[in-house]
Ligand binder design. Structure first.
Ligand code: FA5
Length: 345
């Protein structure tokens, strides 16, 4: 067989093999067989040296032409195989974006925090500032500055967790009254402040008492503030939280840091005021303590009680949450039972 015929045969067989190749690995093997160092084209090219001199240029140029044709055919096939494999991969990895995704559970504010947020919004709307204070408090602020000197019998009203003799877990948010009074600059206007937070008492837990619960303290100090302002403010808060049907009733009470002192009841949610087991037949539920700030509290904080006066109150948002959502046991709020807590989402 002449060299030319040999080259044509290699080309025809090579093109057929290239065409029939089904994957890149196979194509690579064909490439090596045809164009590699020991490949058929290379071997044949070696034979050129044995040809008569005048035949060598024609044979050499044919060999180069065939090598180029095979190289082009290999590249074209390689690109076709790559496209086919990419299409196959895309088809296999296709996702249906219309399918519903996996539900990722999200956290949400605790129900008591929601009530506190609502109370904050109401008072911010009435021009109050919101302050927060230490839960680990000095006895000085928790008691002394609230007109409860050492050995005052009213200290027994709030059983206390002591850390040291002078440091305790605050039993109420009222120390924030003293802290705000001390720092407020009355030349800039009246003091109108609320302070929400956690408080701690050595109370025995029962359906309406927890040893750790929340309070929102409120205080307004200016000239000419009266008890009517207190009642109006508490009524505005109650209407905003529960609706206009709910009334506020003030009953005389005693707190060492207010004079006069009151406890405020609101219309029982459960019976609408008719009287039921929840309100023990009275039609009212006690939700907060309040009163006109005692002159001693003002004096100790450096405020002249002859010039300034006002009211203060301490709300229990845990009790509000119980009323609002018909929860009969305060302890449910603290058990971290997600089935219970997620119903307030
Ligand atoms: C006080 O703590 C006063 N500092 C409130 C106050 C502030 C009076 C400013 C005057 C001026 P009392 O102990 O009554 O008061 O608590 C206030 C409210 O906290 C109660 O009305 C009730 O809603 C809530 N509360 C009291 N003890 C508990 C408890 N163990 N568990 C849950 N809520 C409670």
């Amino acid at each position: 067989m002449s060299l030319q015929t040999e080259l044509e045969t290699i080309k025809d067989n090579g093109l057929r093999q290239i065409e029939a190749a089904t994957d890149q690995k196979e194509l690579n093997q064909i490439k090596v067989q045809l164009l590699g160092k020991k490949g058929s084209i290379t071997q044949t090219l070696r034979g050129i040296a044995k040809l008569p001199v005048e035949e060598r240029p024609t044979a050499g140029s044919l060999a180069n032409q065939i090598r180029d044709e095979l190289t082009t055919a290999l590249e074209t096939k390689l690109s076709a195989l790559e496209t086919a494999s990419l299409n196959q991969k895309l088809a296999a990895e296709k996702i249906d974006v219309t399918l519903p995704g996996d539900q990722i559970p999200f956290g949400h504010p605790h129900v008591i925090q929601k009530i506190i947020d609502e109370i904050e919004d109401i008072f911010i709307g009435m021009g109050y500032q919101v302050l927060s204070g230490p839960e680990v408090e000095e006895e000085h602020y928790n008691f002394e500055m609230m007109n409860l000197p050492k050995d005052h019998p009213a200290r027994d009203m709030q059983d206390t967790f002591y850390i040291t003799k002078e440091i305790l877990m605050r039993t109420h948010t009222s120390p924030m009254q003293a802290r705000a009074l001390e720092t407020h600059d009355f030349s800039q206007g009246p003091l109108k402040m609320i302070s929400p937070g956690v408080v701690f008492r050595r109370d025995t837990d029962d359906p309406t008492h927890s040893h750790q619960f929340h309070q929102v303290e409120g205080i307004v100090i200016d000239k000419h503030i009266t008890m009517a302002d207190l009642k109006g403010t508490l009524t505005a808060m109650t209407h905003a939280l529960f609706g206009d049907k709910f009334q506020v009733r003030l009953r005389p009470s005693y707190f060492p840091f207010t004079e006069p002192s009151v406890e405020a009841d609101i219309t029982c949610m459960n019976c609408g005021g008719k009287g039921c087991a929840v309100c023990k037949g009275s039609g009212w539920i006690e939700v907060l303590g309040a009163g006109m700030v005692h002159p001693n509290v003002l004096k100790m904080a450096g405020v002249n009680p002859h010039e300034y006066g006002g009211f203060a109150f301490g709300v229990g948002p845990d009790r509000f949450a119980m009323l609002k959502y018909g929860v009969n046991d305060i302890r449910d709020f603290y058990l971290n039972n997600l089935k219970f807590l997620t119903q307030f989402d």
